[in-house]
Design a protein around this ligand. Structure first.
Ligand code: HGY
Ligand code: MN
Ligand code: MN
Ligand code: MN
Length: 407
């Protein structure tokens, strides 16, 4: 019997997991290592056991289950993440993990044996929203990030430490990381391309470079009415100038360069007090690593000059530095061919978002499958992908897995 994706079963799991961390007013909030994340993890482990997978948890809380194959060779791994940003939707990350569970369910239901084992994984803290950098769990799993350094990482706003939170939610495991024979990730595009061009599948060719930096400016509080502009040490104005500079650089460089000031705090945050402290983050990305690096270098040096001119001090903390990644061309072609064999309009395209897949690309053949995002929305409670598009993406995933595992 040929294994078949059951879209009913898959959509039921989307809504079941989506109910965990559901926000009043819609959307999902399962910030990494919070109780909602723990509840999602517990649900995932239970689902893996129900599918007769052997379950593994490593020292940074990555979870993976393995369905046995005829051989004991390295599995084909399907992975993504179940943590979300605070304004998350039902699909970012979760869809990739759930589609992996659905592939296993389809193999079990049809009693399909595969030569290679099949693994499904959920990686810790892919979003990086609470603890930077993003792709933290997969980065440690694949050797791109140092375990001890990540365990001692403090929340970008607050006092929680990764290692302590992992112990608190009881997901500090002992299992050793594995390098799969191939890594596949199904993910929503999170952008407008597929929908705008009337396409159904993205055969993702790689991930653009990502640089996150935190700037903390310190000046001097003073009276808003009596202090002449020339005598101020206004940390707020320095922060605004750095934010404006990042935006101007992105406009100047043009696409694909993007820049986002996602965090901007001033204190004491009072109407009549010159701020003595500003903290902001700048997320800059580009498919060209050299352009991205020179943009970051320029931003940091000009930020120092702006702070000095205002007699403020500036602390700069790199939060993420990931170079662009290219996926395995042969595996990308398998994705493209599987879509074409199903008459699904498909396009090879880079990813603007970071993904766990980028951590596997240096170590094993890696590729991603995109499905369309309605109105290109993501990191937004109205994130949506139609069930028919989800079914198409999951079927392409199953086809490639069968192709790779000899199922
Ligand atoms: O930031 C990103 O691109 C991903 O959502 N972590
Ligand atoms: Mn994601
Ligand atoms: Mn995301
Ligand atoms: Mn991802």
């Amino acid at each position: 019997m040929t294994p078949q994706i059951s879209i009913e079963r898959l959509m039921a799991s989307v809504h079941e997991l989506g109910a965990i961390g559901a926000r009043d007013g819609g959307g999902v909030c399962r910030l990494a290592l919070t109780d909602a994340d723990k509840a999602g993890r517990d649900w995932f482990v239970k689902s893996l056991h129900a599918l007769n997978c052997e379950v593994f948890i490593d020292a940074i809380g990555n979870i993976w289950g393995i369905r046995a194959g005829r051989t004991e060779d390295a599995p084909v791994m399907i992975g993504s993440h179940i943590d979300t940003v605070a304004t998350g939707g039902l699909y970012d990350g979760a869809l990739g993990v759930l589609a992996g569970l659905e592939v296993i369910a389809a193999l079990n239901a049809s009693e399909t044996e595969t030569d290679l084992p099949v693994a499904v994984a959920a990686f810790t803290n892919e979003e990086g929203a609470r603890f930077a950098p993003d792709m933290m769990g997969s980065g440690v799993h694949q050797g791109a990030l140092d375990l001890d350094e990540m365990l001692s990482t403090r929340a970008t706003s607050g006092d929680a430490l990764v290692g302590e939170e992992l112990r608190r939610i009881d997901y500090a495991g002992q299992d050793l990381p594995i390098t799969p024979s191939a890594y596949l990730e199904l993910h929503i595009e999170q952008g407008p391309v597929l929908e705008t061009e009337g396409l159904k599948i993205g055969a993702v060719t790689g991930v653009q470079g990502i640089h996150w930096t935190e700037f903390t400016v310190r000046g001097q509080t003073n009276h808003a009415g009596t202090t002449p502009m020339s005598l101020r040490r206004d940390a707020g104005q320095v922060g605004f100038a750095i934010a404006r500079l990042a935006d101007e650089m992105a406009q100047e460089l043009g696409e694909p360069q993007v820049a986002t000031v996602g965090v901007f705090e001033v204190s004491p945050c009072l109407v009549n007090v010159v701020p003595d402290r500003a903290r902001l983050t700048v997320d800059m990305r580009n498919t060209d690593g050299d352009i991205l690096t020179s943009a970051t270098d320029r931003l940091l040096s000009q930020a120092q000059q702006i702070a000095e001119a205002a007699e403020c001090t500036l602390d700069i903390r790199p939060l993420a530095r990931f170079a662009p990644v290219v996926f395995d061309d042969a595996l990308v072609t398998r994705v493209e061919t599987a879509a074409q064999n199903r008459q699904l309009p498909v396009k090879r395209m880079p990813s603007g978002a970071g993904h766990d897949a980028q951590m596997f690309a240096p170590n094993c053949p890696t590729a991603m499958i995109f499905v369309p995002s309605n109105k290109g929305l993501s990191h937004n409670i109205n994130e949506h992908t139609d069930a028919t598009d989800i079914e198409a993406g999951a079927q392409v995933l199953l086809d490639v897995v069968l192709d790779l595992t000899g199922g």
